[in-house]
Design a protein around this ligand. Structure first.
Ligand code: AMP
Length: 398
């Protein structure tokens, strides 16, 4: 799949609207704790600035539910952009209101304007045509560089693309890189190819699991989603996270794996806790012996050894979802051990965004991985074989 390339656009002295993904994690004081997504957008922004463009940047942050909520203001992002770009970055007070429009009107070559949080507008997440039109009206050129949100048919991601012809829109460098990377990963992985899939729920990853099965040689399951599988196998999982309505689907995944000859690994022991809390009492138990009312919050040491053994010969690893509740130090050990092992291996290691990227970054292994995607959900949908709504109209027609 070839995308409309930014380099063939006539950008000089134009107003360019760049949809970015500045949805960065923040700590309790509103400080940006990981600015990877902002840094990843710099190549496209700088490319446009080098062509003397006026650049309008737009992003969402968090889930402000269609109304102005200063907690989700992009002000910290504007400050970080200013530091990284070493140029003035003006923040509009609104998205398509009087302030944004006045500031756009006054823009000159090489000015940078950041619109306020797109999700302050109720039309953004419902792909409102009127909002798309207003956003499109701001610029001569549209560039999508927001891979992390390209699986959403939102006004600034999907709707807006229909207001520009092929000569006036393109994929940014980040979007292009992510799509190219995952395309190669799915179509020509160096084998053995293993997927490590964790996180809280089977529901969010069921389709991806099903689609990965014919492509991978091994699957290692961890995190809360493992318990739906363990329950289906007849184990007592105590009060661990479970999706009872997906027990049959879990069985289907196990059956399909068997049919295809894919080695499917499940935890053999877990760290069980008496409550969902950092100060819980915890102990290592086998997967067969989780006490009633206790919950498994991490994979145990035997599972770590087993998974390491299984991963030792793989050439490509795709990892999406933590092995436990890594946000609590007590339950981060399993994820951390697996992260170190994966990072030290000679395999091509791909981290599928979101929580897994956060986890890898927290333990300082981000530089050791071959590729860290900026989009967890988007990369999963790519692996499911879908065409992302934000990418569909940026594909070069055959
Ligand atoms: P997801 O968004 O589905 O990738 O899930 C990520 C979340 O799963 C993280 O916030 C983890 O804390 C959570 N998680 C991982 N393992 C467990 C578990 N055993 N029980 C409950 N939550 C878990």
């Amino acid at each position: 799949m070839e995308l409309l390339n930014i380099k063939r656009l006539e950008l000089e002295k134009k107003k360019v609207f760049i949809r970015c993904d500045f949805n960065v994690p923040m700590d309790e004081f509103g400080n940006i704790s990981d600015d990877r997504r902002i840094r990843s957008a710099l190549a496209t922004i700088n490319f446009c600035l080098d062509q003397d463009c006026a650049v309008i940047l737009a992003s969402h942050l968090g889930r402000p539910k269609g109304e102005v909520d200063k907690k989700y203001s992009l002000a910290p992002v504007a400050r970080r952009l200013h530091h990284l770009l070493k140029r003035e970055v003006v923040l509009a007070d609104d998205v398509v209101g009087d302030d944004a429009l006045a500031k756009i009107e006054a823009m000159k070559c090489c000015d940078i304007l950041l619109l306020e949080n797109l999700r302050f507008e109720v039309g953004e997440t419902v792909n409102d045509k009127e909002l798309s039109a207003k956003l499109a009206d701001m610029a001569d050129i549209y560039i999508n560089d927001a891979f992390g949100v390209s699986h959403r048919a939102h006004a600034s991601v999907e709707g807006i693309t229909h207001f520009f012809d092929d000569a006036h829109k393109a994929a940014g460098f980040l979007l292009e890189k992510e799509i190219r990377f995952f395309g190669k990963l799915i179509n020509k992985p160096v084998r053995p190819f293993a997927a490590i899939v964790g996180g809280s729920k089977v529901s969010g990853k069921l389709e991806a699991l099903t689609n990965l099965l014919p492509k991978v040689d091994k699957i290692f399951i961890g995190g809360g989603m493992a318990f739906t599988f363990l329950k289906q196998m007849g184990y007592n999982i105590g009060a661990s996270l479970v999706e009872d309505d997906l027990l049959e689907d879990a069985q289907d995944v196990m059956d399909e794996a068997k049919k295809l000859g894919v080695k499917l690994y499940l935890p053999v022991d877990v760290i069980a806790a008496d409550k969902f809390s950092e100060d819980a009492v915890s102990k290592i138990v086998t997967a067969q012996e989780i006490p009633d009312a206790w919950m498994g919050l991490d994979i145990g040491p035997a599972t770590v050894r087993l998974y390491r053994e299984g991963l030792s010969d793989v050439q490509t690893v795709l990892w999406n979802g933590p092995m436990g509740v890594y946000e609590m130090e007590k339950f981060a050990r399993g994820s951390s051990k697996i992260a170190h092992f994966v990072a030290d291996s000679y395999a091509t290691t791909v981290v599928g965004g979101g929580d897994t990227a956060d986890l890898v970054q927290r333990i300082g292994l981000d530089e050791e991985m071959s590729f860290i995607s900026t989009g967890g959900g988007a990369s999963l949908e790519l692996l499911e074989g879908k065409i992302l709504p934000g990418v569909a109209s940026l594909i070069v027609p055959k």
